[in-house]
Design a protein around this ligand. Sequence first.
Ligand code: G3H
Ligand code: 13P
Ligand code: ZN
Length: 307
Amino acid sequence: MKSLNFYIKDSIEKHYSLGAYNFVNMEMLKGICKGCQKSKSPCITAVSEGAFDYMGENFVIAIFESAKKEYNDIPFFLHLDHGKSFEMCKKAVDLGFSSVMIDGSSLPFEENVALTKKVVDYAHKKNVLVEAELGVLAGIEDYVHADKNVFTDPQKAKEFVERTNCDSLAVAIGTSHGAYKFKGESTLRFDILSEIEKELPHFPLVLHGASSVPQNYVKLINEFGGKVEGAKGVDEKLLFTASTKHNIFKINTDTDLRLVYTATIRKYLTENPSNIDLRKFNLKAIDEIANYVSNKNINVFNNANKI
Ligand code: G3H
Ligand code: 13P
Ligand code: ZN
């Protein structure tokens, strides 16, 4: 099986990106793996600190290792998403994750450099790759909160990568976390991205907050008793451009899977009010996630048949 490093280089050379899909339970991970099996795609399966706390480290490793055995025909890699401290990243490295993200983006530049470098020095000794972040994405996650975007400064990005020796860099070019990304039309600052790429030729870049917030699932949620009105994501055409015309090798997608999962279960339970068998709706959710992931891989990330 090829390494994560192989796919990072391959994706930049061959103009595709890897989906980095977050999971918080066995069902999500199964859906992601099944989807990647369908499209024959490599992918990154990501665990946030919140998801890590929710599942507990023994379950994270047990679920992931089981999936590796079950879906042994596709390459997928365990990644720590938005690690906030050296200790959390060290824990993930020691547990055998393939890569960790140290998110020092809310810190002053020098502190972000120092923290990232400390993680890199530790992780590289154990052959674990490190993603860092420069610039700030708006939005709310369990452990990260920012009110507005601060776009990545291209010159600072070059200095940051040189000083930290990180393996990839998450950039802020207009995306944000969660289901409410844009009020009007969705736009990304590809001009800033191109400037970053001039400063850091062929360097692997990452797009966070990249869910496209599929309107059919938003509609289903609202129709079946939910309330996510006005939710809006990144236009998939923009994500396709980022995957195929830029050095974005990893596109983080969490919110979309949450929407797909929730919509499927809401619909099933409303239409089958007497059902109390959890397997019935969870199986449907796994299949819907698998369809969503394979379509995304094929049509947006351009990574079908790249295993
Ligand atoms: O950007 C990160 C993910 O969406 C993680 O969200 O912290 O709520 O698990 P979470
Ligand atoms: P979304 O909220 O757009 O899915 O972003 C997920 C993400 O960036 C995970 O790190
Ligand atoms: Zn993120």
